[in-house]
Design a protein around this ligand. Structure first.
Ligand code: CMP
Length: 140
């Protein structure tokens, strides 16, 4: 399987509860390597641009406000099949549906405040990585 990179975000509900290290341990235990990482505070407009694909969804406003409500950790994860592997580690979007041991089963508070985001396909991974990082910041 090919080596891939994917964009991950540790969301404000998780940074607020000091869970960055516990979440990173799950990524690393699954064989994903954190090749870039920074803690930032998004504005609602920056969150809105990132989640533009959801702009017509009823939860869009709430999602943008939440993502700007506290620090996030944006990171690039690298590994074999990293996009799908990260989605396995995260678990289902709604924590009520997430498999035991996944990040969302263990830590998410609700479908909106679900602790992590991960890219869903190679084209979105490339665009999402480029939204937050320059090539010089990715150190494999
Ligand atoms: P994420 O993987 O970051 O991608 C889009 C996000 O929208 C998703 O995780 C959820 O946090 C959020 N989301 C999806 N469905 C709902 C919903 N019904 N209510 C609130 N937020 C939602």
């Amino acid at each position: 399987m090919a080596i891939e990179r994917t964009l991950s975000i540790i969301k404000p509900d998780a940074t607020r509860r000091n869970l960055t290290g516990k979440i990173n341990a799950k990524f690393e235990d699954a064989g994903l390597r954190i090749v870039a990482q920074k803690r930032i505070q998004l504005t609602p407009a920056q969150a809105g641009k990132f989640y533009e694909v959801h702009k017509d969804r009823p939860f869009y406003g709430e999602l943008c406000e939440f993502m700007a409500s506290g620090p996030v950790v944006v990171q690039v994860l690298q590994g074999e099949g990293a996009i799908a592997k990260n989605r396995d580690v995260m678990g289902a979007t709604n924590p009520a549906d997430a498999a035991a041991g996944t990040v969302r089963a263990d830590f998410a508070e609700s479908v909106g405040e679900n602790s992590v985001h991960g890219s869903d396909a190679p084209d979105t991974a490339a665009a999402e990585i480029a939204y937050f990082f320059s090539g010089l910041e990715l150190v494999g």
